[in-house]
Design a protein around this ligand. Structure first.
Ligand code: SAH
Ligand code: SF4
Length: 378
């Protein structure tokens, strides 16, 4: 691949670019070798391509003005050819009172999606979107309620990371795919983005987490990639009748089948896996389900991560569980030897849960009660 999309109208490393390709093209999304080919195709030495890669991927500089070691004439030719550094424009930036930054991005077609920066004491993590919307239809999820628009390209996925890194004085070392969309439905672009994050941005694959609703064919394929990516399954109930109601995907791949796929993923990659468990009041927070969950994951090196439901106004009237029920559920699992954690909730005042800010922007969903947010820019 020469440009991050088609059509391709220039020669691969031989001669000068003579035709301007149709439509916008972006640096983010190209590999170092593609950037070198781009430079050579425009009459420059290959090291100019390496400098471009250095600015975008290593320094998270996403505008030509700051790329000070490049000749003005080369930048002018890139601009004339309609090649811009990143496909993304930040349309909203909010910072929560507990230092979570949330960006709302537009990829030039008016569709918006979100990305979140999460600084912790020992690391800085970020949460990226893989699709605009999501077709999986989970009944508790703001993104699912909004329907599906399209897959994001590898450049649009990595562009989110770089936009967040450019906000952070500290290195963003961890990536989780828990924003909008089902990553394994956008498999090829997801893998291309992960390769760019690993090979160009130099992130450890072990610090990249893919969260899936439970697409078994995707899990099996990922296991064979020989990449030690961390995999998380959104389980949300050990019982098929409850999971069926929450997640339509369960009708295709029921609990036992998807958990077996996670066991196989562990056996092949050697990586401990995570089970995300969203707790909804009196739906899946019962002692019976805690016991059935403990039995289900027995013997598998894993962590169960409890996530209290983040209120979304659904037609099912789902509610957040009481603190005491969360404590009991957690205690019951721990008592049966399960390694259990509870998600530290951050960014509440900027609606940092899956899909919520984008929904507000499009006016699609009800706001969470009492939201106060601090716009940083717009
Ligand atoms: N599609 C993937 C990844 C994106 S969703 C998946 O489903 O795993 C990321 C996580 O947010 C999932 O565990 C999902 O179940 C959870 N989530 C969705 N809606 C939520 C809500 N209202 N409150 C809390 N977590 C939610
Ligand atoms: Fe899609 Fe994940 Fe939301 Fe389900 S929870 S609708 S898979 S984004």
């Amino acid at each position: 691949m020469f440009y991050s999309g088609s059509p391709q109208t220039c020669t691969l490393g031989v001669g000068i670019l003579t035709e301007v390709p149709d439509g916008p093209r972006y640096l983010v999304g190209m590999t170092s070798s593609e950037l070198k080919e781009l430079a050579v195709g425009m009459g420059e030495k290959p090291f100019r391509g390496a400098q471009l890669a250095d600015w975008i991927y290593r320094k998270a500089v996403l505008n030509y003005e700051e790329m000070t070691n490049l000749p003005a004439a080369f930048i002018a030719r890139l601009q004339e050819a309609g090649i811009t550094p990143t496909p993304l424009r930040v349309v909203d930036h909010r910072r929560s009172t507990d230092d979570v930054d949330k960006l709302l991005m537009d990829a030039g077609d008016g569709n918006v999606f979100e990305s979140v920066l999460l600084p912790y004491e020992d690391r800085v993590s970020c949460c990226l979107s893989s699709q605009v919307g999501c077709p999986m239809g989970c009944t508790f999820c703001a993104t699912g309620l909004g329907g599906f628009t399209r897959n994001l390209s590898a450049g649009e996925i990595v562009g989110q990371y770089l936009a967040l890194q450019s906000l952070s004085p500290r290195r963003v070392s961890h990536v989780v795919f828990m924003g909008m969309g089902e990553p394994l439905l956008n498999y090829d672009n997801l893998l291309a983005a992960i390769r760019l994050l690993h090979e160009e941005v130099k992130l450890s694959l072990r610090h990249i987490t893919v969260s899936t609703v439970g697409l078994v064919t995707g899990i099996e394929r990922l296991a064979k990639e020989e990449m030690p990516i961390h995999l998380a399954l959104s389980l949300h109930s050990p019982l098929d009748d409850v999971r069926d109601r929450l997640m339509p995907v369960n009708q295709k791949w029921p609990v036992q089948v998807v958990v077996q796929a996670m066991r196989d993923y562990h056996a092949i990659t050697g990586r401990k896996v995570t089970f995300e468990y969203l707790l909804i009041h009196e739906v899946n927070d019962t002692p019976e389900q805690a016991d059935a969950l403990a039995d289900l994951v027995k013997g598998l090196p894993c962590v169960v991560n409890l996530i209290p439901f983040n209120y979304v106004d659904t037609e099912h009237g789902f509610a957040r569980p009481h603190r005491e029920r969360v404590r009991q559920f957690k205690g019951r699992l721990a008592g049966r030897g399960v390694n259990v954690t509870e998600r530290v909730e951050r960014g509440h005042d900027i609606a940092a849960a899956c899909g919520q800010l984008a929904g507000q922007h499009q006016g699609k969903f009800a706001r969470r009660g009492g939201v106060t947010s601090l716009p940083v820019s717009s």
